[in-house]
Design a protein. Structure first.
Lengths: 185, 185
DNA sequence: TAAAATACTTATTTACTAATAAGTTTGCAA
DNA sequence: TTGCAAACTTATTAGTAAATAAGTATTTTA
């Protein structure tokens, strides 16, 4: 099963968005490596904002499949897998998609913002639910409610993908382990 | 004491950097509101990277004065004031300077990166010291070492300035209070 | 097999961007 | 009062950006 041009554009766009930032890459950065013309990118995504929408939808799709795959796992394992996923983001020199969109927020059109908001709520709700589940099972400990804890975990881990660009690798593992130690009994 | 043109450029540049992102604003966005020509901006800062260096240095300067002013305060109050400072960032619709630079990291020249690194270490060290101090005084609790705790607090709070652009205001206060509750006895 | 949709390319436009060279004005110092 | 430096403006350039119109080849469908 070969990847379609459309799919390749989305994946490369996502890569550039998270490595360089939304306003730091151009259609030429996408068309050159794919050996197509910039007009071909416009054929699939008439405007850059359309591409941003597609990237956000792609992430929703990936996350849906991820959460389905994890549905039967223990809360503890869900959290660990989630944090490991961020570790792989860090290793590939990207930042998290939520942070990437957030810093460029004011250059995004409403249609993009809406998709990003929906994706983010998807993640926060998934985290909130696993935390509540973990609390009920006595696997987790926290004095805060589930959503607040979810926000704390999400913000800590996605900020780390950004912060370690500045401070260096070793700090990522520190933060990741610290989160696990803090919440898991 | 009136603000010099140079100072005005730095302040407006900082504002734009943190509201829109480094690659989302131009010299025209600076010169127009100040009612000068774009060449006047280049007179003070020949390249955009030079402006970025000046913005980073400005933040180091502000932080130095802040930490001097707080030197005699209790660790608990230092932390509270620090978090309140981020609250004001949030209210002015900006993101934290560390996160703003981090997402645009790969479009920054080494001279900018170095200044940002030094500023970030300044903040982390200040936080680490106040945490150690608080632990010694029995005002704080944490199972982690001081630097790790500092990283957790810093990443949580600066990510929140980004995250709440997406999820909405109320989540900022949640996270801020949650940090205080977690560490302060 | 004709036509219509798909997946592009060629070619161009409009707009903006950072950057610079060459003036001009103003104030101060010798 | 001359001269020189600081703080600009005027004017321009070279490059890049997103976007679009119009054409072409290939595949699909009726």
């Amino acid at each position: 099963m070969s990847t379609s041009t459309r799919e390749k554009i989305i994946q490369l766009g996502d890569d550039l968005l998270r490595k360089q930032g939304f306003n730091a890459f151009s259609y030429a950065d996408i068309s050159k490596p794919l050996q197509i013309k910039n007009a071909a990118v416009h054929y699939y995504f008439p405007s850059k904002q359309d591409l941003a929408v597609a990237i956000a939808l792609w992430h929703k799709d990936i996350f849906d499949r991820f959460s389905q795959k994890m549905a039967n796992k223990e809360p503890k394992d869900k959290l660990k897998t989630f944090l490991n996923f961020y570790h792989s983001i860090h290793l590939s020199e990207k930042v998290d998609i939520i942070g990437a969109f957030a810093t460029d927020w004011h250059s995004l059109e409403p249609k993009v913002q809406t998709e990003v908001q929906e994706f983010t709520e998807l993640v926060i709700n998934w985290l909130s639910e696993l935390i509540q589940e973990g609390l009920d099972l006595g696997q987790f400990r926290t004095t805060q409610n589930a959503r607040t804890t979810a926000l704390r975990i999400l913000s800590s881990i996605f900020a780390s993908t950004q912060l370690v660009r500045i401070t260096g690798d070793h700090d990522f593992t520190r933060v990741k382990n610290s989160i696990l130690e803090e919440f898991i009994n």
